[in-house]
Design a protein around this ligand. Structure first.
Ligand SMILES: NC(=O)c1ccc[n+]([C@@H]2O[C@H](COP(=O)([O-])OP(=O)(O)OC[C@H]3O[C@@H](n4cnc5c(N)ncnc54)[C@H](OP(=O)(O)O)[C@@H]3O)[C@@H](O)[C@H]2O)c1
Length: 298
């Protein structure tokens, strides 16, 4: 049985959905079994036939982390260490989710897994510490770095922008941060493939992998495409809303964002023999799905 930790979050919800759709037995925990409490984790696993652990629980409030350093570090570094220790103790693989924020954003071409990490904020710093804790505790690990995630069950950029465009005559969006939006479905499908291979006894080399959709755009480009797709789907009530580009300097936030965070996905595609989808295709299927939550754009 696969144990998904952080199963009530945006990504965790999608992973459980994907596993169930593919008839893989899974169980989930969230704040009810805190990742900060090793005995609680051990108690939950006890007596269950756990064969694989996936961790999506994290401190994800990037700006708040700047002033809540200890708690962010506890959740992003100490929590994963506890899970990795338990995974090793019970002899199962551990897949942990990390982020493009471990890089400083100074690259100008897709970033490979072995590029030096250099976080520029507390969230990225503590996630980088989490990567290290996992590798220190167990050899049977997969660390999947992802970026710009959106999913049906969570607050995210797609819902926020459609709601904003419906409420205002114009929106300003940063046009100097480059990356790749990623549908949680893409990431969950990759995780499924790793789990299926491992449960079937096939080798998937342990290590760090970069997983996002394909392509390279700015938040401004993303917003224009969201506008188009939302209009086509009949979700855009205010079709005249103007999307204006702006620079990051015009939109100050407590935490700095990496200017460039396009990840090189060749390693995961080669290892699993898969082709990841293009970001536009993923956005289209997100907006046109019955799972799209219309209450989040009202
Ligand atoms: N969202 C993105 O754009 C993005 C980009 C790159 C990487 N990531 C990574 O992807 C992963 C999943 O992100 P997400 O957006 O799905 O996050 P999320 O929606 O915030 O989900 C995290 C879940 O963990 C739970 N949690 C908090 N403290 C916990 C604890 N002590 N024990 C157990 N569970 C706890 C949260 O509960 P509460 O909500 O009640 O606190 C929440 O349900 C994270 O590792 C994140 O760093 C996300």
């Amino acid at each position: 049985m696969v144990w998904v930790i952080g199963n009530k979050g945006m990504l965790g919800t999608q992973i459980c959905r994907t596993l169930k759709e593919n008839k893989i037995e899974c169980t989930g925990t969230d704040c009810d079994v805190s990742i900060l409490d090793f005995s609680a984790l051990e108690g939950f696993a006890s007596g269950k036939d756990i064969s694989f652990i996936v961790n999506c629980a994290a401190y994800t409030a990037v700006d708040k982390a700047e002033s809540d350093v200890d708690f962010a570090r506890a959740l992003n570094a100490d929590g994963p260490r506890n899970i990795a220790r338990l995974a090793k103790k019970i002899g199962v693989p551990f897949l942990h989710i990390s982020t493009d924020y471990v890089f400083d954003g100074s690259a100008s071409s897709p970033i490979s897994e072995d590029a030096p990490i250099k976080p520029i904020g507390v969230y990225g710093e503590t996630k980088a510490e989490g990567e290290k804790s996992v590798q220190e505790e167990t050899g049977d690990f997969y660390i999947l770095r992802t970026a710009w995630l959106y999913g049906w069950s969570g607050k995210n950029f797609v819902y926020t922008m459609i709601r904003a465009m419906n409420m205002r005559d114009s929106v300003k969006v940063v046009n100097d941060q480059r990356g790749t939006p990623t549908n949680c479905v893409t990431l969950a499908s990759v995780i499924l493939k790793i789990i299926e291979n491992r449960l079937a006894g096939k080798n998937v080399p342990n290590g760090i992998y970069h997983v996002t959709d394909l392509g390279e755009i700015t938040w401004f480009d993303f917003t224009n495409e969201i506008k188009k797709e939302a209009a086509d789907a009949g979700f855009l009530l205010n079709k005249d809303c103007v999307v204006n580009p702006c620079d990051t300097s015009e939109y100050p936030t407590p935490a700095k964002r990496p200017a460039y965070s396009v990840l090189d996905k060749s390693k995961i595609q080669k290892t699993l023999g898969i082709s990841l989808p293009d970001w536009k295709e993923s956005l289209k299927s997100f907006i046109n799905s019955a799972l799209f939550d219309k209450t989040r754009i009202e």
